[in-house]
Design a protein around this ligand. Structure first.
Ligand SMILES: Cc1cc2nc3c(=O)[nH]c(=O)nc-3n(C[C@H](O)[C@H](O)[C@H](O)COP(=O)(O)OP(=O)(O)OC[C@H]3O[C@@H](n4cnc5c(N)ncnc54)[C@H](O)[C@@H]3O)c2cc1C
Length: 389
């Protein structure tokens, strides 16, 4: 049988790949998306109901154009599909001079305020009294300070991925699920993609395989991408749930004093039985995407040390736990660049625990790069070179 040929093949259809395949199909490209599982699924980095989105990006103010454009795209997709993707609840970041943990990068709180000022993002700075008055659910210390961003909120992850894959197919994309890519080879006349079922040919490829990056890059480059398993917990709420529902309760990130950790959380979105999702981050042991999950749940310890005294109405009963993979680079930034060994393959690793909110715009930028050779949003901060020079 002759090999099937495409303009572009997108390998990995999680947050990044589903956005890329949608945008390429919309641009009229003959595109194939391949995933080893059936996205949305719970094996990679893009599950667990929700992701925080915020406009002032403490991890780097160059990211704000990506999240802004992503919000526009999510709204377009919502209009197209009638599916709710983005819920604006407001976002509260709490920190203090004695915080012993940072969120992804040092000076995250200060950087967030600077990014908000640089990009004209509406926000309020709250002292402890103002936080208590506005959000009595949090028991803050007198020296805690708050950054409140009214336009922050959360994304519903499965619907984001599913909608983009469905729209991609509507625009003519082919989607191959439960098909594992086993090799990508570039030659003078294009790209050959081997899978466990067949072989395809394409002019371009996008490699967006999340925590499976080590399978597709040289062993010398692979250590740039460390994989950490994270836990998400849903805790029971005590008393009226209305105080924790969207509209009354924001998404939050809280860099605590003395605790050595930050926690983040979401409003209760599934009624009384769904509880409230709160998580922390763990960087104690690296793993691989295919390692079995041998870790024991840290829900009880987390509740005792980080939640009980700080958000008193969150009960100790953990209703549900999920694990999810972070792919973390040395500077917690993204890598979106030509593959080090194949210049027709675009390599995308946009995680370090904060990539989802930018994914719709990253997908669009990737498509523009394939179609026009360049993207409207600047991808240059995401090059491999920053680690090698
Ligand atoms: C616990 C947790 C909390 C987070 N919180 C936030 C947040 O609040 N806000 C935010 O913006 N971001 C957050 N993030 C980060 C965000 O979720 C990630 O940046 C994003 O999900 C990464 O998407 P991805 O497409 O790179 O990876 P994935 O979604 O994992 O997609 C990779 C895909 O590649 C496929 N694949 C792998 N190997 C192969 C192969 N050989 N052949 C075919 N397919 C293959 C996989 O099956 C998978 O579907 C969080 C991440 C985690 C884990």
């Amino acid at each position: 049988m002759p090999l099937r040929e495409f303009d572009t093949i997108v390998i990995g259809l999680g947050a990044m790949g589903s956005a890329a395949v949608y945008q390429l199909a919309k641009a009229g490209k003959h595109v194939l998306g391949i995933d080893r599982f059936s996205p949305p699924h719970d094996r990679g980095s893009s599950h667990g109901d929700t992701r925080i989105t915020r406009l002032a990006i403490g991890e780097g103010r160059h990211l704000t154009p990506f999240v802004r454009r992503s919000h526009d795209i999510w709204r377009e997709i919502e209009r197209e599909t009638g599916v709710e993707l983005l819920t604006v609840t407001g976002g509260l970041i709490i920190s203090n001079p004695f915080a012993t943990a940072h969120t992804h990068v040092p000076q995250f709180f200060e950087n967030t305020i600077a990014a908000a000022n640089a990009h004209g993002i509406p926000h309020e700075l709250l002292d402890a009294t103002a936080i208590r008055r506005r959000f009595p659910q949090f028991r803050v210390h007198d020296n805690d300070a708050g950054y409140f961003e009214p336009q922050a909120g959360f994304l519903r992850v499965d619907p984001c991925i599913r909608s983009q894959l469905q729209l991609a197919q509507k625009f003519g994309a082919e989607i191959a699920t439960n098909e594992k890519t086993t090799g990508v080879v570039q030659s003078a006349d294009g790209i050959t993609v081997e899978t466990d079922r067949t072989t395809y040919r394409a002019r371009h490829a996008i490699l967006s395989v999340g925590a499976w990056v080590p399978d597709f890059i040289d062993r010398k480059v692979a250590p740039l991408f460390r994989i950490f398993r994270q836990e998400l917990h849903w805790f029971d709420l005590e008393g009226p749930i209305a105080d924790f529902e969207p509209g009354r309760f924001p998404i939050f990130i809280w860099e605590m004093q003395g605790a050595g950790k930050a926690i983040y959380g979401f409003p209760a979105i599934d009624g009384a039985r769904g509880g409230i999702k709160i998580a922390s981050e763990r960087y104690d042991a690296t793993t691989t995407a295919d390692s079995p999950n041998s870790k024991t749940s840290d829900a009880a310890e987390m509740h005792r040390n980080l939640i009980a005294g700080n958000i008193p109405r969150v009960g100790s009963r953990c209703l549900r736990t999920e694990t999810c993979l972070y792919t973390v680079t040395p500077d917690a930034g993204f890598v979106i660049d030509r593959h080090p060994d194949m210049d027709k393959v675009i390599f995308v690793s946009a995680c370090s625990g904060h990539g989802f909110k930018h994914s719709a715009a990253i997908g669009e930028a990737l498509a523009q790069r394939v179609v026009d050779g360049n993207s409207r949003l600047d991808l240059s901060p995401f090059g491999f070179r920053r680690f090698t020079h």
